[in-house]
Design a binder for this molecule. Sequence first.
Ligand SMILES: Nc1ncnc2c1ncn2[C@@H]1O[C@H](COP(=O)(O)OP(=O)(O)OP(=O)(O)O)[C@@H](O)[C@H]1O
Ligand SMILES: [Mg+2]
Length: 251
Amino acid sequence: MTPAIPAIEIHNLSKSFGPRRQRNQALRNLSLSIAQGEVFGFLGPNGAGKSTTIKLMLGFLKPDSGIMQILGKNLDQEEFRHQIGYLSEFPVFYDHLTARETLLLSGRLSGMPRQAIDQRIRILLERMTLAEAADRRVGGFSKGMKQRLGMANALVHDPEVLIFDEPMSGLDPVGRHQIKGLISELKQQGKTIFFSSHILSDIEALCDRIGVIHKGVLLYSGELNNFLGTSVSLEEQFVRAIHEANHASAA
Ligand SMILES: Nc1ncnc2c1ncn2[C@@H]1O[C@H](COP(=O)(O)OP(=O)(O)OP(=O)(O)O)[C@@H](O)[C@H]1O
Ligand SMILES: [Mg+2]
C-alpha cells in the first residue's frame, strides 16, 4: 500500500434524482480527498446528501458526472470491492439466516478461505457482543443487534477502507461506546475510516478531519480544529455554519 495514494478521491461529483421537470439536485460538484489512515467524519443535516455520496462511492448509484477512486482504483475494477467494508444506514439481512451464517456468506462472497472466515467470525462476534446470539436467526434481532451485526459484516474480510453510514445510530450507550472503541482500534491498525454521523460528540472524539455538507454542497472540508475556530463546541459551529448557508442562499 502506497501512503501517497489517497484512500478516497472524489472529484466534482454530482447527482440528481427524479424526472427532468422536478429534478432534485442531491449533490453538486462535491470534491473530497481522504488520506490513508485517516478518520474522516461526514456531517450534515437530514437530506444533505451524505448517504447519496456514500452510495455513489460504493457504486450503488451512478453519478450524473464526476470521478471517484478508492486506493487509486476506479470503481469498476473488481479488486476495489475487497478493499472496502461498508455499513449501510439501514442494514438489511436475510431473516432466516443466523448471525454466524450471515457472516459466513459475506466471507464466502469475498472469496476468503473457510478457516480464515471461521476465525474472523469468532473474533468479530465476540467483539460485537453477539457471541451468545451467534446461532439465532437474524429476523429476531433487535435494532441495535442488527447494527452491531452490520458492523461485523463490514469487517469480515478485513478491508483497508471502511465506509460507515451512521454507525452509532440506534445503539444504546454501551453499544455506542463499543463502536467508538472499535473505530479507534481500526485507526490504530492503519485503516481508513469514512463515516457519517449526527452525533457530533462522537465526531469530535474520533475524527482527524471532517466534511460538512448541506443541500448537496460541501461547506467545509479539512481539520476539525480549523472548523471549530473560536466556537466552544462542534455543535455550536455546525449550527452556525448551516444557519449562515441558509441565510446566504435566501439572500
Ligand atoms: N433514491 C432516491 N430517489 C429520490 N431521491 C433521493 C434518493 N436518494 C436520496 N434522494 C434525495 O437526495 C437528497 C439527499 O438524500 P440523502 O439520503 O443522501 O441524505 P442524508 O444526508 O443521508 O440524510 P439523513 O441524515 O437523513 O440520512 C434528499 O433530498 C433525498 O430526498
Ligand atoms: Mg443518510
